[in-house]
Ligand binder design. Structure first.
Ligand SMILES: *Cc1c(COP(=O)(O)O)cnc(C)c1O
Length: 462
């Protein structure tokens, strides 16, 4: 399998190269040159497979020659063996048509672990081949940071610099990052929003002074391998609910558009998906883009679902490229226009091509009501992000017999203050995160200034 850039001019790469690369050199994102297809019979034959084996089957066409099928299966077994539930991503029924897919049983309690536990192993595997080193630079609104740090802490050929917006992540989220004291882990709190942090990371990737000295890698969902690992649980859930003989809808709490883009890929590969619901909070650029064609960034409003407090959704570019005719030159022009003015209109082809998607915007009341409904009607305590997804799922008017699966993206204990405010219940932190509040923290605070961040990275990278 070869990978091409959404902006048309970067060199094509194989899977191992694309895993170690960040942004493409033309500023675009890598996508597979074509979508692998599974027939109905091939999908039916996946029923009942253990998660790690299903993962290896679904991902093998994307990995191509970069790993043998046996090695890929071993890595999947190792990555998913660290999950606290033996089903890895268990599915729970809430009422006749509503389901929850619990993606938070990994080491850091958010769905990011599903992809990052595997990505950490892929980095190690591919770096060992040419004895090279990787300097990871990432931005996090909370969950990517802890999941990425857990996945690479203590490994010798990888170093990680993680930027988070100071004061805008929950205590649990911050401590999951800052209490990891391994020498290859560098936490940076910046004075600014997640979008500011993400913009700095993009500049680092394009800064020849940095890239000339270090091989810079990505753990944000601009990294293709992350999206690839997320395709698997769409298959896992749909198979349990009757695929390929029955269509399933998914509702996805969305920020950077990575998770729901993986659903789009699953549909492209032949999984019968009825609808993909993009659930946003009041930071609703994606809702405006999908409902009105207007992709224009405003200011970020902090909410109780901080992992969705995003205006610019990197992976939306992958969708627009894929549904708008896969024209890299046109895409590059459209995105450069957006980067100049922070606004663009979707083309007719892009709007028509995104027909599988719908979107719902949820405010703080909608979110709290969904948390209470889950508690009172289904006996499930859910986190604020999941609640936004569930609110959107419950707005859908689908044919009888079409189940809606809400992706439960974080463990409620990760956002226990918000959960307690809405429901009166205070979720316990699972024992696997241990004595988080007793541990020492280490981080540096930097101003929201690119030169300061760059200087810090250059000074501390080995
Ligand atoms: C990252 C995250 C999201 C958003 O996922 P995207 O792939 O960025 O759209 C939603 N909920 C939680 C809990 C997250 O950590």
């Amino acid at each position: 399998m070869r990978y091409i850039s959404t902006r048309g001019t970067a060199p094509t790469l194989d899977f191992a190269e694309v895993t170690l690369a960040g942004l493409a050199s033309d500023g675009g994102l890598y996508v597979p040159e074509h979508w692998p297809q599974f027939s109905s019979a091939e999908i039916a034959a996946m029923r009942g497979l253990p998660y790690a084996e299903l993962a290896a089957r679904v991902m093998q066409p994307f990995v191509g020659e970069s790993l043998t099928p046996d090695r890929l299966r071993e890595l999947c077994e190792q990555a998913y063996g660290r999950f606290a539930h033996c089903a890895v991503t268990p599915l729970k029924q809430l009422d006749e048509s509503q389901w929850l897919l619990e993606l938070f049983h990994g080491p850091t309690l958010a769905f990011k672990d599903v992809a990052l536990q595997l990505l950490g192993l892929l980095f190690e595997e591919f770096l060992a081949r040419d004895e090279s080193r990787l300097t990871i630079v990432g931005a996090t609104s909370g969950d990517t940071g802890s999941a990425a740090i857990d996945a690479v802490a203590g490994r010798d050929n990888v170093e990680i610099f993680m930027l988070h917006p100071s004061g805008r992540v929950s205590d649990v989220q911050r401590r999951q990052m800052t209490t990891v004291l391994a020498p290859n882990v560098h936490n940076i709190a910046i004075d600014g929003s997640f979008d500011d942090a993400q913009a700095m990371v993009k500049r680092i990737f394009a800064d020849a002074e940095v890239t000339g000295r270090h091989r810079i890698g990505a753990v944000n969902s601009i990294n293709w391998a992350r999206l690839m690992a997320q395709i698997v649980y769409y298959f896992a859930a749909a198979l349990q609910l009757g695929a390929p003989d029955r269509k399933v809808a998914f509702s996805v709490p969305t920020g950077n558009f990575g998770d729901v883009f993986a659903g789009h890929v699953a549909a492209r590969m032949g999984l019968p998906i009825e609808r993909l619901v993009v659930a946003t909070n009041v930071n609703d650029i994606l809702h405006r883009a999908l409902s009105e064609g207007d992709y224009s960034a405003g200011e970020v409003t902090p909410t109780a679902a901080p992992s969705m407090d995003i205006q610019v959704s990197s992976n939306f570019e992958r969708l627009l490229f894929d549904v708008g005719g896969r024209d890299g030159m046109a895409m590059g022009e459209q995105m450069r226009g957006f980067e100049g003015s922070r606004a663009m209109l979707l083309t007719e082809a892009q709007r028509a091509g995104a027909g599988l998607f719908t979107s719902v915007r949820a405010d703080a009341d909608d979110m709290a009501r969904a948390m209470r409904w889950a508690c009172e009607e289904a006996g499930e305590v859910i986190d604020p992000h999941t609640a936004i997804g569930l609110h959107a799922a419950r707005q859908q008017d689908l044919a009888p017999g079409v189940p809606v699966v809400t992706l439960a993206t974080a463990h409620p204990a990760k956002f226990r203050d918000a959960v307690e405010r809405a429901t009166g219940m205070r979720p316990y932190l699972p024992t696997r995160v241990g004595d988080l509040f007793a541990r020492e923290e280490r981080l540096v605070e930097l101003p929201g200034d690119y030169d300061a961040v760059k200087a810090h990275i250059l000074e501390h990278a080995a």
